[in-house]
Design a protein around this ligand. Structure first.
Ligand SMILES: *Cc1c(COP(=O)(O)O)cnc(C)c1O
Length: 418
């Protein structure tokens, strides 16, 4: 599920805030805790790619002492690997060295932002995001390849989705280019937190929010775009393992005309109750139905759903109540390239119960096979008593190979950072 990456809370652990090498300190904001420097500094790669990007950063309007000094000339900077047990990396939030931040006023456009030390934000209690939920998030991953390169998967898709959502939420948004460059800069600045090949990825979390103070209901006067990152393990460490879903017949995730189709933060607190109740009964998550007829599939709390019948792979069509997942879109293309017939249409509960296989997609899980569905106390299992279906396995392997740089990128989806 994508939900694994919806980080539960911020618990900064100062021992995890390891500092960059001495020469990196000239380039990047200073560290406060020098004692936490790693005793075994593993030189990895130079930060040449990072320094190339420096010229883009303009001084932050705020007099923030944490802000990046952009004037220092490029130098060979060795970045040491963060001291992490890469084999036991989970899906919790782990603070890293830097975050990207830029502000802009209502009615204006974002300029280029800058990197600063990762840390807490200062917000007015009256900020639009805190009072009226004016905010959007994104999620994507960076993988380290065996040759040392760093790979992003379709970051411009996240940029476009954020821009579309920003119209619905009355917020200014960075351009696609600004977004992608900001993601690259944030990843490179936190390079030592990217897990080694095969051990996981760096989860990237962009946020766009109304940070200015409002009281009467109105769009906030000021907006903040920020990006933070956290290393995460592979969702499925020992091969794919199927999840057990329950169809929710009382509560709905989205309504026609609502915000279900955009990645607004407000959509997520609203699914916690049904999800918690399902988990308490031993299910992995909830599958939502449309709010008008209560019979067409929509999606799981934070990932899209697919049903497989013979050679046909079907998924609910995007009609405003379903989040247009980038993994969803990519899986449809991969499936076509592998000879499957794909359909974006109304998918009924009957289609679901009669399917050969069911799986979910999202950035965190990529493809998550469904072992069983429970609908009105009736339980249906897929595959060999909840085993992993052939199609789910095949599509998971195909897409992750592309994302990790193990297969040739014939789709033009990969953005290399070096
Ligand atoms: C983010 C998200 C998804 C998955 O989108 P990806 O781009 O594939 O990660 C699906 N549903 C919801 C509700 C989401 O928030």
């Amino acid at each position: 599920m994508e939900s694994g990456a919806v980080f539960a809370g911020l618990h900064p652990n100062p021992t995890l805030l390891l500092g960059p090498s001495r020469s990196a300190i000239q380039l990047l904001p200073p560290l406060t805790d020098k004692k936490s420097l790693s005793p075994h500094l593993l030189p990895l790669q130079t930060a040449a790619a990072f320094s190339q990007k420096q010229s883009r950063f303009v001084p932050f309007s705020n007099n923030n002492t944490n802000s990046l000094r952009v004037a220092s000339p490029a130098s060979d900077v060795a970045l040491e690997s963060a001291e992490i047990d890469w084999d036991n990396l989970g899906f919790g939030f782990m603070p890293t060295d830097y975050m990207y931040m830029i502000k802009c006023s209502q009615g204006e456009t974002f300029s280029n932002g800058e990197l600063q030390r990762f840390g807490n934000l200062e917000l007015s209690p009256s900020a639009g995001i805190l009072n009226y939920g004016q905010g959007l998030f994104e999620g994507l991953k960076a993988y380290r390849k065996h040759d040392g390169n760093i790979l992003l998967f379709r970051p411009e898709e996240n940029a476009m989705r954020l821009r579309e959502g920003s119209v619905r939420m009355c917020m200014p948004a960075p351009t696609v280019e600004q977004f992608v460059e900001a993601v690259k800069a944030t990843v490179l600045a936190n390079e030592r937190w990217i897990p080694p090949p095969g051990k996981g990825s760096l989860y990237i979390r962009p946020l766009l929010m109304g940070s200015g103070a409002v009281l009467g209901l109105a769009p906030a006067p000021e907006y903040t775009f920020l990006i933070y990152v956290s290393p995460v393990g592979n969702y499925f460490k020992e091969g794919l393992s199927p999840i057990n879903l329950v169809v929710e017949t009382e509560m709905h995730r989205a309504t026609p005309g609502g915000t279900g189709g955009v990645k607004t933060i407000g959509n997520y607190a609203a699914v916690l109750q049904a999800q918690s109740a399902a988990k308490a009964k031993g299910f992995s998550d909830v599958l939502y139905l449309d709010s008008t007829h209560n019979k067409y599939l929509e999606e799981v709390s934070s990932c899209n759903v697919f049903v497989v019948k013979g050679n046909v792979i079907s998924t609910p069509a995007i009609k405003g109540t379903i989040l247009p997942g980038i993994t969803r879109k990519s899986i449809l293309d991969v499936a076509i390239s592998q000879g499957f017939q794909v359909e974006e249409r109304y998918v009924t509960v009957e289609d679901l119960l009669e399917a050969d296989e069911v799986f979910c997609t999202g950035t965190a899980v990529v493809v998550s096979p469904v072992g069983s569905i429970t609908y009105l106390n009736k339980r249906v299992t897929y595959g060999s008593e909840g085993g992993v279906g052939r199609v789910s396995q095949q599509l998971y392997s195909a897409l992750t190979s592309l994302q990790m740089g193990l297969a040739e990128d014939t789709m033009g989806w990969i953005v290399e950072l070096k």
